[in-house]
Write a protein that binds this ligand. Structure first.
Ligand SMILES: *[C@@H]1O[C@H](CO)[C@@H](O)[C@H](O)[C@H]1NC(C)=O
Ligand SMILES: *[C@@H]1O[C@H](CO)[C@@H](O)[C@H](O)[C@H]1NC(C)=O
Ligand SMILES: *[C@@H]1O[C@H](CO)[C@@H](O)[C@H](O)[C@H]1NC(C)=O
Length: 395
């Protein structure tokens, strides 16, 4: 049948309009006018497409997609004020009636580290995206941190994710759609799931898969500090204060002048570039106080960094976590799952005795993908809670 015909017409319109904006080579979001707020964006409804184009350069071929679109859409920020964000849609040659919203762990406060641009760097696009496109799924990858790169801000990340799905569904009105995210990507996926019932009640996700879930941001930052990925602590402190003037002023006041610039330099570094510059450091020693546990920072974390406080995911959810995760302590995911199970959520939770944080993403990968195939293509549903200790080494 003429499957997706209406959507296809819409896409043609978008692409026709988009070709006005078409560029051959990608330019960094910090310099690309496509990423700026259009006039009167406040008047658009959340999820409305404000601007569209074919993604520049060869992004579609990197993903193995027939084409890739960038959409700029209206969303809502962590202060619940109107905002905007960009998402990238990867469209296979023969799309099935399925959409996967893949929340990539951007893990950076540099807008040029957003996935819509980062993925041009060889090797930075995760194979999950290629696999999903090869499966025939339309893949939505939002820059959910928004125009101010609010890393680790739950409400910002969740709402920008929901509105990206709304924008994607206007072009591809499928019935079966799901979310997936690992590590930093859980901050977007899980918060979207907590907020969906109130913010976007018309969205009915078929499921969600989240691994290495950042259930308690304070605990994760305490654990990550001093290790290989200490850069994440610096990025998080900046991300948390980006749209909170009190926290921002407090952060600036308590930075030790001699090393202030070294700390703030991370604002121009994507996740990968930042790692070696901060590895092994005690990030809290850039401050003259206990910055993480200070009132202004804890206040942002209490509303944007503790999962399970804004709602219960209404969709069936696959949680996975390495028991020996050295970055994101599993005890808080255990507590979150227990809380949701008590509230009647539908959960499959695999606690893996093999591996640590980074290996777990790959060990569970094909298991998660098969679960998503079941949920998105075969009508698979589950009831109740199923918590398992597993030994999964991946293939
Ligand atoms: C995409 O373009 C870059 C540079 O322009 C090139 O190095 C890379 O091989 C291309 N990748 C694909 C999959 O076409
Ligand atoms: C989050 O972790 C911090 C630090 O470990 C702990 O003090 C706090 O009680 C935790 N919060 C919740 C809600 O579990
Ligand atoms: C999983 O292992 C933990 C110990 O690591 C134990 O406390 C728990 O009861 C086990 N859960 C299941 C479902 O077997």
């Amino acid at each position: 049948m003429v499957f997706f015909f209406a959507a296809f017409l819409l896409v043609l319109q978008v692409v026709a309009a988009a070709s006005l904006h078409r560029r051959n080579e990608p330019i960094p979001p910090s310099q690309d006018p496509f990423y700026t707020a259009p006039p009167n964006f406040q008047k658009a409804v959340p999820g409305q497409i404000l601007r569209a184009r074919l993604a520049p350069g060869n992004l579609s071929s990197i993903a193995g997609a027939a084409y890739a679109l960038n959409l700029l859409y209206r969303t809502t920020d962590s202060n619940l004020a109107p905002s905007w964000a960009v998402t990238t849609l990867f469209v296979p040659a023969k799309p099935k009636k399925v959409l996967l919203s893949y929340q990539f762990p951007e893990d950076s406060v540099d807008i040029d580290g957003a996935p819509s641009y980062l993925f041009y760097h060889p090797g930075d696009m995760p194979a999950d995206i290629n696999n999903a496109v090869a499966q025939g799924w339309v893949v939505n990858v939002p820059d959910y941190e928004g125009p101010f790169s609010q890393f680790t801000v739950g409400i910002q990340s969740g709402l920008a994710t929901l509105d990206s799905v709304r924008a994607a569904l206007t072009l591809f009105p499928v019935k079966n759609y799901a979310m997936w995210g690992y590590s930093g990507g859980t901050i977007a996926s899980e918060w979207a799931a907590e907020l969906v019932s109130k913010y976007a009640p018309e969205l009915k996700f078929s499921g969600m898969a989240i691994g290495g879930t950042v259930a308690n941001l304070t605990a994760s930052l305490e654990t990550i500090n001093g290790g290989t990925f200490a850069s994440l602590v610096a990025s998080s402190l900046i991300g948390l204060s980006r749209q909170n003037p009190a926290a921002n002023q407090f952060l600036m006041q308590h930075l030790i002048p001699a090393t202030k610039n070294q700390f703030l330099a991370i604002q121009q570094e994507n996740f990968f570039d930042a790692i070696p510059n901060y590895a092994g450091q005690n990030i809290f020693s850039y401050f003259d106080n206990d910055i993480l546990h200070s009132q202004p920072i804890q206040q942002v974390i209490s509303t944007n960094g503790i999962m399970g406080t804004h709602g219960v995911p209404p969709m069936q959810t696959f949680f996975y976590h390495a028991i020996n995760d050295e970055l994101i302590p599993i005890q808080y995911t255990d507590a979150l799952v227990n809380k949701y199970c008590t509230a009647g959520a539908k959960i499959l939770y695999k606690r893996n005795s093999v591996g640590t944080h980074l290996p777990e993403a790959f060990e569970e990968d094909s298991d998660v993908f098969q679960w998503l195939v079941g949920v998105l293509e075969n009508g698979q549903t589950m009831t109740g809670c199923n918590i398992q200790n597993v030994t999964i080494t991946g293939s």
